[in-house]
Design a protein around this ligand. Sequence first.
Ligand code: ADP
Ligand code: MG
Length: 257
Amino acid sequence: MAKTIAIFNQKGGVGKTTTNVNLSASIAEVGNKVLVIDIDPQGNTTSGFGLQKDHFERNIYDVIINEESLENVVVETEFENIYLVPASGKLAGAEIELAQGESRELRLKKALEDFDQDFDYIFIDCPPSLGLLTINALSAADSVLIPIQCEYYALEGTSQLMNTLELVQENLNPALEIQGVVLSMFDGRTNLGIQVVEEVKKYFRGKVYTSIIPRNIRLAEAPSYGMPVIYYDGKSKGAEAYRNLAEEFLDLEEDVI
Ligand code: ADP
Ligand code: MG
């Protein structure tokens, strides 16, 4: 049975999509079958794998709004072991359309339950908000992976993030766990970066991965070529960092089993 992980932080620009694309690619590279669900109207995960949002006849919008089955929307990417449920710009309106709908928070959960599949991991890229799309992702997931950007206000918004998780646990998904916290865009040349790492470790005790993602130009460039960084420049610092993170992630998973 697949483990479903939502990449969650309501702040934009903290490295959710970059982590989604590159961690899932690195996990797939070592032989795991991975499905990535792009539930962000921006569709950056979809384009990060070289595919276009709104190019496909059916997409995640149809799953959320029209109860389309996931089986009918999954597409293959050109990368080994990675499959995608593409995004749609129409998702931006889905929040409002959903507002009236029945079991509006649980559409994705239901779709995943009805989906007969053999994936090892399913990653969901959340949009940068606490709207119904994010709530659908959190309700459907077994765990959340939280990217935190190493910047001055790194922990700003964290209490809101934790409150949201608690609310979802209390009302919609009691089994939801924190998978781990990823520090992203680290700049080792500054004291600030080092301070932030310490602060985040103190706050999330034991949940922070030791593999830290550095600021790396190749990570920023790879999406414009539609490739995960391990395929764009496999020897870059960014590729090394996400491969290390994948190894750590998988090691911890083995410990649980
Ligand atoms: P989010 O999905 O949380 O909004 P993104 O993953 O899209 O954040 O990252 C925001 C921007 O920062 C993007 O332009 C991305 O390419 C860039 N970026 C993310 N992580 C790194 C990194 N480690 N090094 C350099 N640029 C990065
Ligand atoms: Mg994003």
